[in-house]
Design a protein around this ligand. Sequence first.
Ligand SMILES: O=C(O)CCC(=O)C(=O)O
Length: 329
Amino acid sequence: MNAPTSIPGTLTDSTRLLGDRSALHAAWDRDGYWYFRSVLDAESLAWFRAPIMAELKRIEVVDLNEDAPVWNGRHLERFPPPVQAGYAPFPALVKSRRWRDFLARAPIAEFFREALGSDVHWVPVAETRVMPPRETCQDGLLTYVHQDGFYNEGYRCLTAWMPLWPIRREAGGLTVAAGLHRGPYLHDLQQPPRYPIPADAINADQWRTADYEVGDVVLFDRMLPHSGQRNRSKHDFRVSFDVRCVLPGDPAPIVGHILEATATGVRVRAEDGRVHNLTFDAKSYCRGLGRNAGARLRPLEVAQQYQAGQEVMITEEAGMVRLRREPKY
Ligand SMILES: O=C(O)CCC(=O)C(=O)O
């Protein structure tokens, strides 16, 4: 059993490499991630996170005069319930498109353009996470170890993760298994429907994390194993945002609404108005909806769950569905 009980290793800071593309590539090849510190515009971050603080104050777990998400000790019964590897979103923030406006703000867009070397196409696989303090570690320190690419077939994604308030180590920010981005996927294909990574697949000393500050961002490879950590702090809610883009130059997934769904195919109207007729084959990976999003559906379940009007994100190859999932906001 190699599951870590603490993460002493620290992320390598690549901030000074910005502007030097070959040095950035070398760091990515070595580590599978870039950790940039104090690079994101503070005003844009403050704008983005404001509704989260409003929700924490509305359910009276943070005092009205607080600027930081510090727990006031009141009962957490109105805090969203636990779900797979985290907590449900605040109902008021479900399907919020605010993240799109945040990423489109000039200083934010400019930073990512510079870091990635071209305009960035973000996909609607985006999550704002709020973890309450004093979580227990009885099921381990790590919430759910995974490789994003395994659950995002048919396109090459890259993930950006950022704290929205400072996250000290004990509040449990992102941890990554440095250098393990060259593959293979470690998910256990014998364990449907989620195919978890076995606990002994990664040595405890490969994990890295940091004391994160607002303005920091970690960009990481779709093959890099990573996880959140339980929030062991006494008083800090830990608040972060993660989102994925396609690799520069790659085609974007189809995002739109189902016009017609059957057990063998799907007709979709994309956001740009185009209609796509697509077919399933043995390689099509259809994910469950809602809380079941990590699970792979069997063909019969697919036809039952995905109906006309459902919003979807689809990747395809020569007319065959590779991935079908619900956008995650
Ligand atoms: O922030 C977390 O808890 C985990 C983040 C994560 O797993 C991801 O960004 O894919």
